[in-house]
Write a protein that binds this ligand. Structure first.
Ligand SMILES: O=C(O)CCC(=O)C(=O)O
Length: 287
């Protein structure tokens, strides 16, 4: 074994040590990380002090197609704290709502990662993750059969309205409403999980009262205190999470006075979310 994996939350979160992404990693490390990510939905790699952009691309490439890198921050391009009422600041604050990333896309990213570069000195700004596979299995078999048949519609307008941003027409043309099965299989782990979050506008075929009640129940169950992992960032932590098995949100911090900046990259996929298990030779092979 090249890596050491320490479970933090059963089948959900683990810390991986002995991996320095700034070094050229042997293929065997990629294999071990893929195995770990097929078990745990959130992986934590501490102390990635010297990791650079290209090495993050290589790391994301272990799991799929890497996106470009961007900053998640309360700073503007000049490094000054953004006016909290500016559009950029309000968009970033949308991350405080429980969400999965970009469900409005036909193919939402498979996974995403953050690397902590600057953190608020007085604390706060932790990131919470909720286990959507566990919630899914908490329903009875009959309820699961019913949920598996449902589809949910996701719109950017829904999340932006929750943030007090209402430019509906512009949003509609940018990203039309998107429908996905409510229950999907994560192709990296072959586990089933719910797919919903702050973008979710409604469940197809239900009245708006039924749909709101179901979405509220899903969210309540998903975000029970005992099912949540809270990541308290240390400088240069890297956290990788599955965008098919985990929902997340950032907790408050002093964004008017303190700086917070994380690098962010996604793992992209050509597969649409689906609720059938993909055929995999790997599952048939004995090794
Ligand atoms: O700032 C954070 O900790 C969370 C960021 C986030 O929600 C995201 O990158 O999708």
């Amino acid at each position: 074994m090249y890596t050491a994996i320490r479970p933090i939350a059963e089948d959900f979160v683990a810390e991986v040590s002995k991996v320095n992404l700034a070094l050229n990693l042997p293929q065997a490390v990629a294999e071990e990380l893929r195995d770990a990510f097929s078990k745990y939905a959130v992986l934590i790699l501490r102390d990635q002090f010297d990791v650079e952009y290209q090495q993050l691309l290589d790391f994301a490439g272990f799991f799929g197609r890497p996106s470009a890198c961007m900053d998640i921050t309360n700073l503007d391009v000049g490094g000054n704290i953004l006016d909290p009422e500016s559009l950029d600041a309000r968009y970033t604050r949308g991350n405080a709502l429980w969400h999965m990333d970009m469900l409005v896309l036909e193919r939402p990213p498979l996974a995403a990662m953050l690397v902590a570069r600057e953190l608020p000195a007085s604390g706060g700004g932790h990131t919470e993750f909720a286990d959507l596979s566990k919630v899914w299995s908490s329903y009875s078999p009959a309820e699961r059969r019913m949920l598996e048949k449902l589809k949910a519609v996701h719109t950017l307008e829904t999340i932006r309205a929750k943030m007090g941003i209402t430019k509906a027409e512009e949003i509609q043309s940018e990203y039309p409403p998107r429908e996905h099965p409510l229950v999907c299989v994560d192709p990296l782990s072959n586990k089933q999980a719910l797919l919903f979050g702050a973008h979710t506008s409604h469940i197809v075929g239900l009245s708006s009262a039924e749909s709101d009640a179901l979405l509220a129940d899903l969210l309540n169950r998903a975000t029970r205190k005992d099912g949540i992992y809270t990541h308290e960032w240390r400088p240069y932590d890297l956290v990788l999470w599955s965008n098919r098995r985990a929902m997340h949100r950032v907790l408050p911090y002093e964004y008017r006075h303190e700086r917070r900046r994380l690098w962010r990259m996604e793992v992209l996929t050509d597969e649409r979310p689906a609720n059938v298990r993909a055929f995999s030779w790997r599952r048939l092979l004995p090794w």
